[in-house]
Design a protein around this ligand. Structure first.
Ligand SMILES: [Zn+2]
Length: 118
C-alpha cells in the first residue's frame, strides 16, 4: 500500500531565510504532496488549496497501487518555468535578478510557448 503525505510550504517565509514549513498566515503558502514510487520520493506542488492537494494525492496513491502511475512528463512549458524558477533559480540568484527573469518570461516567453508541452 503506497503512502503519502501533504506538506505546506511558504515561499515568503523561505525568502526570509526560514524553512517555510512552519505555520504562518501567508496566503502564498502552497501545499505539496509527497509520495514514494518504487525507491524514488516524489514531490508535487499543488497550490494553495488543501482539498485539491488531498484529492491529487489520493489519485496518485491509487495509481501507484494499481500500477497505472506514470511519471509526469507532459507538463507544459509554463509549469516547467515555474518549477525551474522555484527549484533552480530561487535558491541561486538574487531577488532582483529573479524579478527580471520573471518579467522577461512573462512578457516574452509564456505568451508564445506557455501552453506547449515541454
Ligand atoms: Zn509564510
Amino acid at each position: 500500500m503506497a503512502r503519502g503525505s501533504i506538506l505546506k510550504r511558504c515561499k515568503i517565509c523561505r525568502r526570509d531565510g526560514r524553512s517555510g514549513f512552519d505555520k504562518c498566515a501567508h496566503k502564498e503558502a502552497q501545499y505539496i504532496i509527497s509520495y514514494r514510487v518504487g525507491k524514488k520520493q516524489k514531490r508535487e506542488t499543488i497550490g494553495s488549496n488543501k482539498k485539491e492537494a488531498e484529492k491529487i494525492l489520493t489519485q496518485r496513491l491509487s495509481e501507484i497501487n494499481h500500477g497505472t502511475y506514470q511519471e509526469a512528463c507532459d507538463i507544459t512549458f509554463n509549469e516547467f518555468i515555474d518549477k525551474w524558477l522555484d527549484e533552480y533559480a530561487l535558491p541561486r540568484i538574487k531577488a532582483h535578478t529573479l524579478y527580471k527573469y520573471k518579467n522577461t518570461l512573462k512578457c516574452h516567453v509564456r505568451p508564445v510557448l506557455g501552453d506547449y508541452p515541454e
